[in-house]
Design a binder for this molecule. Structure first.
Ligand code: S3P
Length: 166
């Protein structure tokens, strides 16, 4: 079984994923980094030159590839689990955990949004945050308070999923 971390930009998916990987010894993947490696471009460059639809298809391919593997910690992108096809790809292949951070904490964690094409404007980002919360809840079977430190969040996930420490 894989562990997939979902939640809004700045909820700490990558940092928590690395901490969880260090605590359990499970390998770590990040869907954004997998897309970037595959195309040799940053997420921002892909959005700018090829558009969001192209990025979403690439992201879906990466989800299918990762879902074929087993026993990994996977940090999803902020939009990944808001698409039914990606939820389906991970069905019976992963426990999905929602990192639920408040919008204020997220804004503190993302002072410079240059690398995040969908966080250019705080007002639009808040509307996106509000519209996505119920989708993250629906996609996941465990919700963790992600205003805590990454180490605390990782420990809570370990405990609640019954993962053994390395
Ligand atoms: C996105 C979040 C980003 C990245 C892309 C789109 C989104 O990932 O996948 O910019 O739709 O929320 P992070 O959540 O890791 O920033």
């Amino acid at each position: 079984m894989n562990i997939v971390l979902c939640g809004f930009m700045g909820s700490g998916k990558t940092t928590v994923g690395r901490a969880l990987s260090a605590q359990t010894g499970l390998p770590f993947y990040d869907t954004d980094s997998c897309v970037e490696e595959k195309y040799g471009k940053t997420v921002r460059e892909i959005f700018d030159t090829k558009g969001e639809d192209f990025f979403r298809d690439a992201e879906h391919d990466v989800c299918c590839e990762l879902a074929n593997g087993n026993g990994a910690v996977i940090a999803a992108g902020g939009g990944t689990l808001t698409y039914a096809r990606n939820c389906k790809a991970f069905e019976n292949k992963a426990r999905i955990v929602f990192l639920d951070a408040s919008f204020d904490v997220i804004c503190r964690r993302i002072p410079d949004a240059a690398s995040r094409p969908l966080f250019k404007n705080r007002q639009n980002a808040k509307a996106l945050y509000d519209s996505r919360r119920s989708l993250y809840e629906k996609a996941s079977s465990l919700t963790v308070d992600a205003d805590q430190s990454a180490e605390e969040v990782a420990e809570e996930i370990c405990k609640k999923l019954g993962l053994s420490a390395k």
